[in-house]
Design a protein around this ligand. Structure first.
Ligand SMILES: [Zn+2]
Length: 990
């Protein structure tokens, strides 16, 4: 990107274009706006060694001559639609002609789609691309003004042609003056009318497809093209004969009016992982989600889309299905080449009908949910999905075949439908993980249609699995670019806190806390130490305790490239064997890591606490600290417990610990919940090999709790302070109380199976009743109930204090009326914002204007909330992948089946959902033979004629033994965990 510096010159010389328009203000006043544009003749063309411009250049002066249609060299100049619809092509590493990106195009992309605009900006900066941004609207020869009666679209098209023509004439003359030997500037556009106009003006123009067909890597690149219009996947039957499988969506205006009037309901579509024929939409008007049963009612919604739903009459409401319905087995005979053909299509529909019918048995009215159908899409949330090619859908698997085939791509996620796509590379893509984008889903097609983006590598190879996991959860993982790294201190790893002096900016308004006995306590191997603590006895009998957090906002300044990148990433993502940082590692692992024995900048929260851990007062200050030690939880625990240790550090830990116990007791008394999520730890046997050897449950020590209590206290104190100072824009975190109906099922199961009650009237009541869910014979039972209760809750979220009503600020799980995140600014962006607000509230630095803007804070927090959710899911998926590897290795070592104990957590008409405690994984046990299912009592009974002995009844909460195998799906080559029962019955043949 070039920076435009405005040179001063006299007003009379300046070529000025003016645009007048009227604008209505928020208060309804009409004002006249006059926009002036100063045109210049020194906006550089970007061509190397251009004598006329003498500006910076990166486009080769002879263009690119490898394309057979343009052997005298060429540049491409794509129009807006090329970027809007073919971004995957533009991003492909096989596509890199010298490219001119016009300002007109860039602006139009920004107005049409922010995500695509961000991709385009990243693309323009990429080192392997040759893209020059030309500010055509500022250069006098290429700037144009909209003419009377001209649409903005036509105006832009004309501007793009004008720039193309200018470039063509501006190109340096080669050795030969003959125009036939000149490089060409090729206008790339899929608008046929625009191409005709361009050709009439003597310009070179091409459609994207024709251009790509001439390229060396056409085979691969054609796959990447989006299927639109005429290029869409052709049905083998005449189009006219195809009847619509789905109803058409209502017009947008009708949908919006319907939502406004309350006739329709708007919400996110959630697919059901167990049953592909069912989905649901949560809407504010109903306590229970609206159930969408069957394809017709889901009407082409894809998981995550924002849809408009029409709710059926109450007589049609029903309970969700109690059967596992798997897309792959039900649809395995569907043909990708001809999915609308009679016969097979009918057969599939018949099977689906049967699957849906089996649910028609009477169910208790309390289980009924509103039902409805999707009548419109408010926003598609389609992105690239990680998939496998389904071997069975290939017409030929000959590796030498380059014929075009229509095949199925099966997404890794069970929440997504299969995608039809057309490719010439199908045989080469088998057994690979690939990335596929959905382009469209016409009402006449059973499956959405998409295109291949790129291959990720062999399935089950660690690199491919890791990358696909990052893509699946939309984790930005590109290395930090130069502009971002340029925001770091120039001293790099050599940066130190300068000697104390009034002149050093680092020491301005900073307390010297280097003398305090501060230490950090973290998990083993922790590199990004963002918090440290201290405590000491005060002469008045009270205790001073301090939490010191890395002063990240000293290094990450608002609105520079590093800040924008951190805001976009939102959080550091932790995978089993990889960490994807939110900030460059120089900060995370060095300058902002509160390592022992080095001076570091910190932001400190210091309390005076009574011996009963009551806050006497609290203050906040920027500081310089020098930590005296970095302990692991174990080391700190040993030290605390060792009666011979009497040094200052140990005393400090003991003081902190005794306060933490009281703080925790206070929180629990206030009704905080002790929640549980399945947490397992993967042991990697060495740094070279990443084959896990063991999976074990995470163990929590007293010192974990010590650190946690003080972090909670710091977050609460900071939340109060920034909310007091900035009541409209404070960055806070809340956890809404769950709707009671969320617990109904779990309450019923507990009552019927265990005779236990769960009181959900408040978090305190819930906490107390969870404590009583104890099975003396089964210590893990209590944790299991906690895990299941946690799943009934909503997730915590960041919010802007001025955007929600004051009485919804509370954090349900922590039972605190106000909360924020302050303690991990290295790895969470919300904390960086809280730091800035806290610094402003103690008058250390003025608040950046963006943090006074409610809409800005809301926008940033929306991204952060989403990234946060995705990061958690990515982390869990990474653990699951390694658990899978460990199981596979164990299976090979133990020559046969791996067996583990598991709890039944859900019963289906045709199977069981089990939770393997030791491995922290869930699985499905499916029965192919008919079994008895008692929906009211949550049991399945395997009849005597199948067991060979007597009837075997299995209920929710029963402990069973399962065989665990990693089975390779022969169609998709995907490794899947397969579970069968070993005890009480062997279910392998059932
Ligand atoms: Zn030039």
């Amino acid at each position: 990107m070039v920076d435009i510096t405005i040179k001063k010159r006299s007003q009379t010389d300046a070529v000025v274009t003016q645009r007048k328009f009227f604008k209505k203000t928020a208060r309804g006043k009409v004002i006249k706006v006059l926009r002036e544009r100063y045109l210049r003749d020194d906006v550089p063309c970007g061509i190397q060694d251009c004598q006329a411009c003498q500006g910076p250049g990166m486009l080769p002066s002879a263009g690119e001559s490898a394309h057979p249609s343009f052997s005298t060299g060429h540049f491409v100049l794509p129009d807006t639609n090329v970027f809007l619809s073919q971004m995957d092509l533009m991003e492909s590493n096989l596509f890199s002609p010298p490219t001119i990106l016009l300002q007109t195009v860039l602006d139009e992309v920004r107005h049409r789609s922010l995500p695509l605009y961000n991709r385009l900006k990243a693309l323009a900066k990429a080192d392997d691309k040759r893209i020059w941004i030309f500010y055509n609207e500022y250069r006098s020869e290429t700037a144009i003004i909209r003419e009377e009666g001209e649409t903005p679209n036509d105006r832009n098209d004309r501007g793009i042609r004008k720039a193309t023509s200018w470039y063509q004439s501006h190109l340096p003359r080669g050795r030969s003056a003959s125009p036939s030997h000149q490089p060409k500037v090729v206008l790339l556009t899929d608008d046929a009318a625009n191409r005709r106009k361009a050709e009439a003006e003597g310009l070179a123009a091409s459609s994207v497809r024709r251009y790509v067909e001439g390229m060396k890597d056409a085979t691969q690149l054609l796959d990447v093209l989006v299927s639109v219009g005429d290029d869409a996947i052709e049905p083998t039957r005449a189009v006219a004969a195809r009847s619509a499988l789905y109803s058409e969506y209502l017009p947008t205006a009708t949908v919006l009016a319907g939502v406004k009037s309350g006739q329709l309901h708007q919400g996110h579509f959630n697919a059901n992982a167990y049953n592909y024929l069912e989905g649901s939409v949560n809407v504010p008007a109903f306590a229970k989600p609206i159930l969408l049963v069957g394809r017709e009612n889901m009407n082409r919604a894809v998981n995550g889309d924002v849809v408009a739903v029409e709710v059926f009459d109450e007589t049609e409401w029903k309970a969700p299905a109690d059967e596992v319905i798997d897309q792959e087995s039900t649809l395995k005979n569907d043909d990708a080449e001809d999915s609308e053909e009679e016969g097979e299509g009918e057969e599939v529909l018949g099977q689906e009908k049967k699957a849906l019918r089996s649910d028609e048995k009477a169910r208790p009215p309390s289980e009924k949910q509103p039902t409805g159908r999707v009548v419109g899409i408010i926003k598609r949330n389609w992105r690239a999905y990680v998939c496998h090619i389904d071997t069975a859908s290939l017409s030929t698997t000959l590796p030498t075949s380059l014929s075009q085939q229509t095949v199925f791509a099966t997404p890794v996620s069970r929440l997504l439908p299969r995608i039809r796509l057309r490719t010439r590379q199908a045989p080469q893509l088998l057994a690979q993980k690939i990335l596929v984008t959905i382009d469209r889903w016409p009402a006449t097609a059973r499956y959405p249609e998409g295109h291949f983006v790129r291959a990720l590598g062999r399935a089950e190879s660690k690199d491919a699995e890791q990358e696909s996991l990052l893509l699946e959860f939309d984790v930005p993982y590109r290395p930090f670019g130069r502009a971002i790294l340029a925001c770091l201190p120039v001293e790099g790893e050599g940066w130190v806190v300068p000697p104390k002096s009034a002149a050093a900016p680092e020491w301005r308004d900073r307390e010297d806390l280097r003398g305090l006995t501060i230490c950090s306590i973290d998990p083993p191997g922790c590199q990004d130490i963002d918090d440290a603590l201290h405590a000491r006895q005060l002469p008045n009998g009270n205790i001073e305790a301090g939490v010191h957090i890395a002063d990240v906002s000293h290094f990450v300044l608002p609105d520079n490239p590093m800040d924008s990148e951190a805001a976009a990433r939102g959080t550091t993502v932790y995978l089993v064997d990889k960490r994807i940082d939110m900030l460059p590692s120089l900060l995370g692992t060095n300058l902002c890591s509160l390592r022992p024995h080095v001076e570091r900048l910190a932001f400190s929260v210091i309390w005076e606490l009574s011996p009963d851990a009551e806050i006497v007062n609290v203050r906040f200050t920027k500081s310089v600290i020098a930590s005296k030690a970095a302990f692991t939880y174990d080391e700190a625990q040993l030290r605390k417990d060792d009666v011979h240790m009497r040094d200052e550090l140990t005393q400090s830990i003991r003081l902190l610990n005794s306060l933490a116990i009281k703080l925790k007791a206070g929180r629990m008394a206030a009704g905080a919940l002790n929640l549980a999520s399945p947490e397992v730890k993967i042991h990697l046997d060495s740094s070279e090999s990443s084959d896990p050897i063991e999976v074990e449950q995470k163990e929590l020590r007293e010192t974990n709790s010590l650190v946690e209590e003080f972090m909670l206290l710091a977050n609460i104190s900071v939340a109060k302070k920034i909310q007091d100072t900035f009541p409209q824009t404070a960055v806070l975190r809340r956890h809404l109380p769950p709707p009671r109906t969320n617990f109904e099922k779990l309450q019923d199961i507990l009552k019927k199976r265990k005779g236990m009650t769960l009181d959900v009237s408040s978090s305190g009541a819930l906490a107390a009743s969870l404590d009583k869910c104890i099975d003396p014979k089964e210590p893990a039972f209590n944790t299991l109930v906690r895990i299941m209760a946690t799943r009934c809750m909503l997730s915590a979220e960041y919010f802007c204090s001025g955007s929600v009503s004051r009485d919804t600020f509370g954090h349900y799980g922590l039972a605190t009326p106000i909360y924020t995140h302050f303690t991990s600014p290295i790895r969470r962006y919300a904390d960086v914002l809280a730091h800035r607000q806290l610094a402003a509230s103690i008058a250390h630095a003025p608040l950046h204007p963006s943090l006074h803007s409610k809409s800005h804070v809301e926008r940033v927090l929306d991204v952060v909330n989403r990234r946060h959710r995705m990061a958690q899911m990515a982390g869990r998926a990474s653990v699951e992948f390694y658990v899978g590897l460990a199981l596979k290795a164990r299976g090979e070592r133990e020559q046969g089946l791996v067996q583990e104990e598991a709890f039944v957590i859900r019963t289906f008409r045709n199977g069981l959902n089990v939770f393997v405690f030791k491995l922290g994984i869930e699985g499905l046990v499916m029965f192919k033979r008919e079994i008895k299912f008692d929906v009211d009592n949550y049991t399945v009974t395997i009849p005597a004629e199948l067991t060979g002995k007597s009837d075997a009844t299995i209920a929710v909460f029963d402990k069973v033994t399962v065989n665990i195998e990693i089975e390779k799906d022969k169609n998709t080559q995907r490794g899947k965990v397969k579970m069968t029962l070993a005890k009480p019955v062997d279910s392998r043949n059932l």
